[in-house]
Design a protein around this ligand. Structure first.
Ligand code: ADP
Length: 325
């Protein structure tokens, strides 16, 4: 190990980011904490020894304490190191597989577009139906691969954000119009309630669009099948220095016992059996990651059988820009 490697290892925060795990689970950080505990324990032992023990006894106790603490510390750190290593390997595996899948899926999409666009000759109704099914499945796989890559990037702190000043109000209106036909098919009415003169925000519009789409799309997907007045109320209002965007539905809701896991990876409620809707359980993880990286918060309230209310906040543009000066 050269001096460069030693310096690298001393940068605890960079090391922890590399593993893609929180600081409290990071071996290097825990090692520093263990070191501090050992120093405090030794000083304490010394203090007790000086006041209450003979010098020879003190040296023996200090020696034993140091050895025991070092062994325990090393064992704990080594086991964390193994877990962190496994976590990193898993992330790398997902990343490699996703990248490898991207190319064949893209060329499949390209060929399907040619066929369905009849640029390679006429196709009959039956052939078109089958090509539509293949296209649908291919799109689902592309979405999954993109979601997996985004999850990896968020976990490793590599998720790119290109902020600029834009109107969240216009973006929300665009997304609502884009999803309205799908909502209509499920008999869901989308309403927009907004304050006058909503200030602009400073964030990455493409990323925020993903979060907005996810919340409205979920509200449509998880609407009840067997009721008449299905609605989604989208809200936009200013609260002090923030814009609050909310999506309220009267859909199937989320069971209380599962609510702690909602923003976790691959979470899917066990009340979806009747719904038969496709999903990966990654959308909310990504959406919350995006909002956090943009300086906001995301949360929700839900009652099974009654509906859900998801919201996020984002700082308004001039406040954020002034804050960073
Ligand atoms: P996906 O929709 O692909 O499963 P998400 O991360 O967007 O993934 O959502 C995770 C889970 O949270 C869903 O599978 C569903 O169980 C629950 N959920 C999210 N939004 C709603 C909602 N509006 N109403 C009821 N359940 C929801």
């Amino acid at each position: 190990m050269g001096p460069k490697d030693i310096l690298k290892q001393l940068n605890v925060f960079a090391e922890c980011r590399r593993y893609g795990i929180p600081l409290r689970q990071c071996p290097s950080f825990l090692f520093v904490i263990m070191g501090l505990i050992i120093i405090v324990a030794m000083l304490l032992t010394y203090y007790i020894g000086v006041h209450y023990l003979a010098p020879e006894m003190l040296i023996i106790i200090l020696g034993i304490t140091t050895i025991v603490l070092l062994i325990v510390g090393h064992t704990i750190v080594a086991s964390f190191e193994r877990i962190a290593q496994a976590n990193r390997m898993k992330s790398e595996f997902v990343s490699i597989v996703s990248h490898q899948l991207r190319t064949p899926l893209s060329s499949l999409k390209w060929s399907l577009d040619l066929l369905r666009g009849r640029r390679l000759g006429e196709i009959n109704k039956k052939q078109e139906e089958y090509l539509d099914i293949v296209n649908e499945s291919n799109n689902r796989m592309i979405d999954l691969v993109n979601d997996l890559l985004n999850v990896n990037r968020i976990e490793e702190g590599r998720f790119e954000i290109k902020p600029k000043t834009f109107s969240l109000e216009s973006l929300a209106e665009e997304v609502i119009e884009e999803l309205r036909p799908i909502a209509n098919k499920s008999g869901v009415v989308i309403n927009l309630y907004k304050d006058k003169n909503i200030p602009s925000i400073y964030a990455d519009p493409n990323r925020i669009r993903m979060a907005v789409e996810n919340l409205i799309d979920n509200a449509i997907k998880y609407s009840k099948k067997d009721i008449k007045d299905k609605f989604i109320n989208v809200g936009l209002k200013q609260e002090k220095d923030e814009i609050r965007f909310s999506v309220e539905d009267n859909g199937i809701g989320i069971p209380t016992a599962l609510q702690k896991q909602v923003f976790g990876k691959f979470f899917r409620g066990d009340n979806l059996i009747k719904q038969r809707v496709e999903g990966t359980g990654l959308g909310l993880f990504i959406a919350r990651g995006i909002i956090k990286l943009s300086g906001g918060e995301m949360d929700f309230k839900s009652k099974e059988g009654r509906g859900s209310h998801f919201w996020f906040t984002l700082p308004i543009a001039n406040k954020l820009i002034n804050r960073s000066r």
